[in-house]
Write a protein that binds this ligand. Sequence first.
Ligand SMILES: C[S@@+](CC[C@H](N)C(=O)[O-])C[C@H]1O[C@@H](n2cnc3c(N)ncnc32)[C@H](O)[C@@H]1O
Length: 313
Amino acid sequence: MEENFDIVLDNAIKRCEGLVIYDKAFNKGFNQIYPFATENISGYIDKFDLKDKSLLTVGSSGDQVINAILYGCKKISVLDINPYTKFYYYLKIASILDLNLDEFMTFLRFKRYPSTFKDNKDVFNSQLYNKIKTTLRNLDYESYLFWDELFQSFNPIDIRNNLFSLDEDHNRIITKSNSYLQNQDSYELVRNKLKTISPTFIIEDLFKVELQEKYDNIWLSNIGTYLSRHFVKIMTDKLAKSLNNNGQLLISYLYKTTKDTKYHDDWSPIYDLEKVFSLLKEYNPNLISFIGVDGLKFEDSDSKDAILVYRKQ
Ligand SMILES: C[S@@+](CC[C@H](N)C(=O)[O-])C[C@H]1O[C@@H](n2cnc3c(N)ncnc32)[C@H](O)[C@@H]1O
């Protein structure tokens, strides 16, 4: 058991009571769990060679990991500053293993569910929790202790409001952007694949961590959109060192972007593509566009998001 488990659980309890906790994740603005990824993962996942390969990814929603497993990824490390990343991953996995797709959505969706203007009153409902409890306990005892104590002590809506980001997309976006949720077959396929993979969790700030291994793929989600330009460079320099030859680094997910998108001064610096390409010229990154989150929402294939990717030669 991790040494600081007591502190992490204690802080989660305090957060559920409505207190503000000043930990590392809070200082970086990422103390809340993302219930589902906010990116169109299925828009970019086939740009990566995942089958039988390794991946280092951020993502407290666990969705990057679950989709990668669906695509045959065999070795996964999750690097995230959010202290609850592992616990939520195992809660999601136990749900996939023991619940059907409808029950999974009922148990884990909250905002805009079951319809756009509703919040789900059955989120974390106790009957569904009882169905997954034994599996959760067998998968990861700490995760079981964590959720079991919270579910016994707090109303599910308070847990959701205090520990989770309320940035949760419409159902159409969530199901289309996550290949494992697209249909019954994918859900069952990932259920079988999940049984054979145990990710490693590194709960750290990516700017501070010393990575011991190299990976075939590294995904940094849209952390880059929260950074000043020189930190984008520092992040790229640092993670590029942990890539295997011919491996690919997803430097940043970029919303509403194609190579022709004109920069506006009030946008995050990473969207100034001309400057970013110049800053990262030694990496000669590729900008790949695909149908974006808004494109899924409005069924408009012209509305694109992009990923900035470096391939190590
Ligand atoms: C930038 S956030 C936004 C959510 C994202 N679009 C998604 O779909 O998952 C992605 C993840 O990066 C993590 N994160 C942000 N800054 C980090 C850092 N410096 N080190 C490690 N993880 C970080 C957050 O905790 C979060 O889980």
